[in-house]
Design a protein around this ligand. Structure first.
Ligand code: DAH
Length: 342
């Protein structure tokens, strides 16, 4: 019987060392350790032994049983761990990266400008892209037949809006938000309005029918040209660095008086003259001026009491300059390889 027990032990060790799966372990448990297993079956023979050998063999059988169960439990633990590992992989490895997409370069510039202006106390306002003729042109001092309309031809929609206004168009400028914001919030007011605008353009590398602008307006008592100049200077320095200079040159815009173009020192050549600034050292970045009294009146504001400044950045143009993008059509063509670069 001693021999039998030792043989069982030997055989047990042979199979347990090879066991790799829970199924194999189950079979081993059944064959060796269960109530009807080899060990129990053998021990049934104990009762036929004499007193002395019963004791001796009994003790041996017990220690073998303990040993086998101990070994079995250890192997089971290891096999279990291995099986979970197979399911989840190596837990010490770094996780898999999932593609997350990218912010469009225009969104990046827009966020940057919004941060600058909200830090200066401006609120961010929104306006409709499908706009009335009135807010886009007439209220901004551009009545029907005004020659300034020729510069901003757009797409006209032959349908009334929910207010019954029937001259709808795709807005040509975010300036359309100016009178809306004045009517909504009154004065004093500090507001910026980023957004998409449209023009009826023959597209090429520099012209697109859909692009983005960033409008701003500040109305209050005694707002004057030096406020405008200082504000644009601060913004220029934040956008392009401390050494950035601003120069303002007269330009006609119907909704401001005086109107001008703000130019910043070229951020690439620092004013030396390069390809980006076409050798001039300056970049035309922003249209601006003091709000025309007619525009204030259209917004329900008394021009005798209040004055205002207004400006409009070309967001698309800014993004093209900053990220060195040489074809404006890339923004709208949906090619993921373009977006992946930012
Ligand atoms: N809306 C003008 C454009 O699309 C830009 C502009 C110029 C906005 C002067 C302004 C401004 O607010 O004062 O070209």
């Amino acid at each position: 019987m001693k021999n039998k027990l030792n043989k069982i032990k030997e055989e047990f060790y042979q199979v347990i060392e090879k066991a790799r799966s829970e199924k194999e372990l189950q079979d081993i448990e059944l064959k060796f350790l269960s109530r009807k297993g080899l060990l129990s079956e053998t021990l049934k023979g104990l009762k036929d032994l004499g007193q002395e050998s019963k004791k001796e063999i009994g003790m041996l059988a017990n220690s073998i049983k303990k040993e086998l169960i101990g070994k079995f439990d250890n192997v089971k633990k290891v096999v279990k761990e291995k099986e979970t590992e197979k399911l989840v992989g190596d837990l010490s490895l770094p996780g898999k990266e999932f593609p997350q997409g990218h912010l469009n370069p225009i969104t990046l510039i827009q966020n940057e400008l919004e941060d600058i202006f909200t830090s200066l106390g401006f609120m961010v306002e929104d306006g409709p892209e499908l706009e009335s003729d009135y807010y886009n042109f007439t209220s901004l001092n551009v009545p029907p037949l005004h020659p300034a309309r020729d510069m901003q031809d757009t797409f006209y929609i032959d349908k009334k809006n929910d207010k019954g206004e029937n001259k709808l168009l795709l807005r040509t400028q975010t300036s359309s938000v100016q009178v809306r914001a004045l009517l909504k919030h009154g004065a004093p007011l500090k507001v910026v309005a980023p957004g998409r605008v449209f023009r009826n353009e023959a597209t090429d590398a520099r012209h697109e029918h859909t692009f983005y602008q960033f409008e701003g307006m500040m109305v209050g008592e005694n707002i004057n040209f030096s406020n405008l100049k200082k504000l644009l200077e601060i913004v220029g320095k934040k956008l392009f660095g401390e050494n950035t200079k601003l120069r303002m040159r007269p330009k006609f815009y119907p909704f401001v008086e005086p109107g001008n173009n703000g130019e910043y020192t070229c951020f690439l050549c620092k004013g030396e003259g390069c390809k980006v600034c076409k050798g001039s050292g300056w970049l035309e970045i922003v249209g601006a001026g003091l709000v025309h009294p007619d525009v204030l009146r259209a917004g329900g504001i008394d021009p005798e009491k209040y004055s205002g400044l207004a400006f409009g950045f070309g967001l698309t143009r800014l993004a093209m300059l900053k990220y060195n993008i040489n074809d404006v059509r890339l923004f709208n063509n949906g090619d993921i390889r373009f977006l992946e670069q930012f």
